[in-house]
Design a protein around this ligand. Structure first.
Ligand SMILES: Cc1cn([C@H]2C[C@H](O)[C@@H](COP(=O)(O)OP(=O)(O)OP(=O)(O)O)O2)c(=O)[nH]c1=O
Length: 190
């Protein structure tokens, strides 16, 4: 059975490879939506990405994911999407620093004309940051293209005091959940 990862994300490719699977990666082209709720947003986007690729390859098992950063509480709370440019990284880190936030991923597996979706959430606490740290990080470019404007697997590791939950979920693909879902569809590593 062919496994297709419906993703262009280098992080997702790397995580799935590390878990030992053989697969092809394909762009989904699905236009992401943002709903009020982070869980529903991640699930809808994961389902949409998997569905788009499965429509073109109905014989394959298609895996997709979506990762959303959510800042709970307060007037400035809400979903933080992917940082598109340096200013977004500056603004998002300004909001996240000194507080706890949630990272939600939706995972979808399309097989045999059906799509199963599940969700994982990890809490992340960022320490207070100096203006110069935010500035330097924004300029280094690492946060661009990342949900919430930072990469825990990169230089932003020094900003994070603790996490509660699955680390791989924060990086973009919750592996324990993914392994379980693939196993349910007869896909094993190797
Ligand atoms: C919070 C955080 C997010 N991210 C990344 C993971 C995701 O790739 C990205 C969130 O964007 P997504 O919209 O989930 O994914 P994508 O557009 O990069 O890829 P595709 O739709 O093709 O699968 O943010 C990190 O790499 N590290 C982190 O610490």
């Amino acid at each position: 059975m062919t496994l297709i990862l419906a993703s262009e994300s280098a992080r997702r490719v790397e995580l799935l490879r590390r878990a030992g699977y053989r697969f092809e990666a394909r762009r989904s082209g699905f236009p992401e939506v943002e709903l009020d709720d982070p869980r529903e947003t991640a699930l809808a986007n994961a389902r949409g990405k998997a569905g788009a690729v499965a429509a073109a390859s109905p014989e394959a098992v298609v895996l997709a994911a979506d990762t959303v950063v959510y800042l709970p509480g307060g007037p400035d709370g809400g979903i933080l999407g992917q940082a598109r440019r340096e200013e977004d990284v500056r603004r998002m880190l300004g909001l996240l620093q000194g507080r706890m936030h949630e990272v939600h991923s939706g995972v979808a597996v399309a097989a045999g004309g059906r799509i199963a979706v599940r969700h994982a959430v990890t809490e992340v606490r960022m320490r207070s940051l100096r203006a110069a740290e935010v500035e330097e990080y924004a300029r280094c470019g690492e946060g661009v293209g990342k949900a919430g404007g930072y990469a825990l697997q990169g230089r932003a590791a020094v900003f994070v005091e603790w996490i509660f939950g699955d680390y791989t979920n924060v990086v973009g693909l919750p592996l324990p959940l993914t392994v379980r879902m693939l196993r349910e569809n007869g896909i094993e590593p190797g």
